[in-house]
Design a protein around this ligand. Structure first.
Ligand code: ASP
Length: 317
């Protein structure tokens, strides 16, 4: 079964925080990304190409906290993180703290294929991007008024914030009026049973200069292995890093024989909850079975598979 699963961030996403207009905006944003990725899978393309295509569409849409819609750092800049992993070869590519890159997910793939390394950061990643002809964008491309206002409210504090987190500041109290953005990710199983995962983010609002979240860290926010699953996470990155969430799910499947759903439940609904970590993940196994698993109020999410199933949802069940 071929399957594509995507997310647009987890957090305090409830019906009370969304109006119909916003729901339509998200429906369209997620559907466009599904269309871009699924058409590749349907035409016999690879899971890797499909997840990069889906994430590129999400990065180009300012309602999501990745690429164009990335949140502001403590210095009022945009520093983006992204990673991809190929479950067939266990090759991976990642970038962190990159600025002025239109599609960080494409740069992560380029790192995987052409750098001889797995993880490049900051100016080294930028230099590599230039040498590979990766598309750049000026600061104003990334400027978003709502996100700017969201940052202005907390920039003089030491607080950070998941940008769709309502009033749930990390160590803080001020409300976030703008709860409608999120980190993006995609996982896929192609016609050959090959898995791939990718995640892209602007991180957390007001994050410190140089802060790296879980999204680009292989095994924390992103992981793929044909022997188990492909995973892309979203949530409070510091906890996902410490719990090595994506790799933990994979290990429970590979070494303990748990199903995808069972493994995700252990990590997201038990281990992470006990640590105080909020968020969720999307996953797919080599048979094309998928899961959405989160311990937050909601998660922007969608899937399509070759059995004709399609789902777009935001809230908890
Ligand atoms: N996990 C991301 C980070 O901590 C944020 C998110 O998922 O929204 O950078």
């Amino acid at each position: 079964m071929i399957t594509l699963v995507i997310h647009g961030g987890a957090g305090n996403i409830t019906p009370a925080m969304m109006n119909r207009e916003q729901e339509i905006e998200y429906d369209n944003g997620l559907k466009n990304a599904l269309d871009a990725g699924y058409s590749i899978l349907k035409n016999g393309g690879s899971s890797l190409d499909a997840i990069v295509a889906a994430i590129t569409v999400l990065e180009d849409n300012p309602i999501f906290n990745a690429g164009r819609g990335s949140v502001f750092t403590k210095k009022g800049l945009h520093e983006m993180d992204a990673a991809v992993m190929n479950g067939k070869t266990l090759e991976a590519g990642a970038v962190s703290g990159v600025r002025n890159i239109k599609n960080p997910i494409k740069l992560a793939k380029e790192v995987m294929l052409h750098s001889g390394h797995v993880f490049l950061s900051g100016s080294g990643a930028s230099e590599f991007a230039l040498s590979r002809g990766i598309e750049q964008a000026t600061d104003d491309y990334f400027f978003n008024k709502q996100r700017y206002e969201q940052w202005v409210k907390i920039r003089d504090s030491d607080f950070t914030q998941l940008d769709h987190e309502g009033d749930n500041l990390k160590g803080a109290v001020a409300p976030n009026p703008d709860h409608k953005f999120g980190t993006v990710g995609a996982v896929a199983c192609d016609a050959e049973g090959n898995l791939a995962a990718g995640t892209s983010t602007g991180g957390m609002t007001n994050k410190r200069f140089g802060r790296i979240g879980d999204s680009p860290v292989i095994g924390a926010g992103t992981y793929a292995n044909n022997a188990s699953c492909a995973i892309s996470c979203t949530g409070h990155g510091e906890y996902f890093l410490r719990a090595a969430v994506a790799h933990d799910v994979s290990c429970l499947m590979e070494y303990k024989g748990l199903s995808l759903q069972e493994a995700c439940n252990v990590v997201i609904k038990d281990k992470l909850v006990k640590m105080g970590g909020e968020g969720g993940l999307i996953g797919v196994d080599a048979q094309g079975n998928h899961t959405f698993c989160f311990n937050s109020a909601g998660m922007y999410r969608a899937m399509r598979n070759s059995e004709g199933r399609e789902e777009i949802a935001y809230y908890g069940i």
